[in-house]
Design a protein around this ligand. Structure first.
Ligand SMILES: NC(=O)c1ccc[n+]([C@@H]2O[C@H](COP(=O)([O-])OP(=O)(O)OC[C@H]3O[C@@H](n4cnc5c(N)ncnc54)[C@H](O)[C@@H]3O)[C@@H](O)[C@H]2O)c1
Length: 254
C-alpha cells in the first residue's frame, strides 16, 4: 500500500477507523472523513502522521466534492475509496418516519454514489482505483424493522455492480463487503435498545437472541473486515470486481 492514498467515509470510529489504522500500518496515506468533527479530531490523535482528517457529510454533494478534491490536493490522488459511513434506525414501516428513511438512503446509498462520482475522474486519470463499499448482510436478506437500512444496503450492491462495469477497462475495481454483526458502537446500541424493550440484559440479547442465528456464535472483530478491505485494495485482487463478499460467521449460510 506504500504511496497509495485512501479516502474513507464515516471513519471517526468503528469499522472505518479500524480500516484507516490497517491501511496506515501498510504504509498508505489515509484521509479519514466524518460528519462528526469532534470525534474526527479525537480519532486523528490516535493515528500516525500519514493520516489527515476532513469533515464531510456524505449526503451533501458539495461536502463530498470538497472532501475528494481536498484529498487529492493534500496527497496527490485518490487510489482507494472506502464508502463506510452509516447509521441505523429500527421501526416497523408504518412507524418509520419518512424523513428518517430518506436521510438513511441519502447517507448510505446517495453518499457512495457521490464519492464514486467525484473520485472516478482522478482514478481514471491514473488508470488505477479500488472502490470498496461497506454493505451488510442486510444487503442480501431482509430484516423486519430495518426497511431503510435494508433498502440502502441492497442498493449499494447494485451501485457496486454498475461501478464495476463502468470502470472495468481502467484498472479500477469495485466490490462490496457484507459483514454480519461486528462489535462496534452501532451494533452495541442496537443490543442495548433491544435489551431495554425486552427488559433483559445485553448479555442475554447476545446469548438468547443473536447467537442462535450465528453459527460461529460470536460477533466479528472489526479487524477481520479491515483485512478483507486490504485484500480488495491489493494488486492480488485485481481480477475481482462487481462482487459482494460476505463475512458473517455463517449467518446467511443457514
Ligand atoms: N457494525 C456492524 O456489525 C456492521 C455490520 C454490517 C455493516 N456495517 C456497516 O459498516 C459501516 C460502519 O459501521 P460501524 O458499526 O463502524 O458504525 P459506527 O456508528 O461506529 O460508525 C459510523 C460512522 O459514520 C459516521 N456518519 C454517520 N452519518 C454520516 C454522514 N452523513 N456523513 C459522514 N459520516 C457519517 C458516524 O459519525 C460514525 O463515525 C456502516 O455502513 C454500517 O452499516 C456495520
Amino acid at each position: 500500500m506504500k504511496d497509495k492514498v485512501v479516502f474513507i467515509t464515516g471513519a471517526a470510529r468503528g469499522i472505518g477507523y479500524e480500516i484507516a489504522q490497517a491501511f496506515l500500518e501498510e504504509g498508505a496515506k489515509v484521509m479519514i472523513s466524518d460528519i462528526n468533527e469532534e470525534s474526527l479530531e479525537k480519532a486523528l490523535e490516535g493515528l500516525s502522521e500519514n493520516a489527515a482528517g476532513i469533515a464531510c457529510d456524505v449526503s451533501k454533494e458539495e461536502d463530498v466534492k470538497r472532501a475528494v478534491d481536498a484529498t487529492v490536493e493534500q496527497f496527490g490522488s485518490i487510489d482507494i475509496l472506502i464508502n463506510n459511513a452509516g447509521l441505523q434506525h429500527v421501526a416497523m414501516i408504518e412507524d418509520f418516519p419518512a424523513a428518517k428513511f430518506e436521510q438513511m438512503l441519502k447517507i448510505m446509498l446517495v453518499g457512495p454514489f457521490l464519492t464514486t462520482k467525484y473520485a472516478l475522474p482522478y482514478m481514471k486519470e491514473k488508470n488505477f482505483g479500488r472502490i470498496i463499499n461497506i454493505s451488510s448482510i442486510n444487503g442480501l436478506i431482509g430484516f423486519a424493522g430495518k426497511s431503510a437500512y435494508n433498502s440502502a444496503k441492497h442498493g449499494v450492491i447494485g451501485l457496486t455492480k454498475v461501478t464495476a462495469l463502468e470502470t472495468a477497462e481502467y484498472n479500477i475495481t469495485a466490490n462490496a463487503i457484507c459483514p454480519g454483526y461486528a462489535d462496534t458502537a452501532l451494533v452495541r446500541g442496537q443490543f442495548e435498545d433491544l435489551a431495554k424493550t425486552r427488559n433483559i440484559s445485553t448479555e442475554q440479547v447476545l446469548n438468547e437472541v443473536l447467537f442462535p442465528l450465528i453459527p460461529q456464535k460470536r460477533l466479528l472483530d472489526v479487524a477481520e473486515i479491515a483485512s478483507l478491505a486490504k485484500y480488495l485494495a491489493s494488486e492480488e485482487s485485481r481480477g475481482m470486481t462487481g462482487q459482494s463478499l460476505v463475512l458473517d460467521g455463517g449467518y446467511t449460510t443457514q
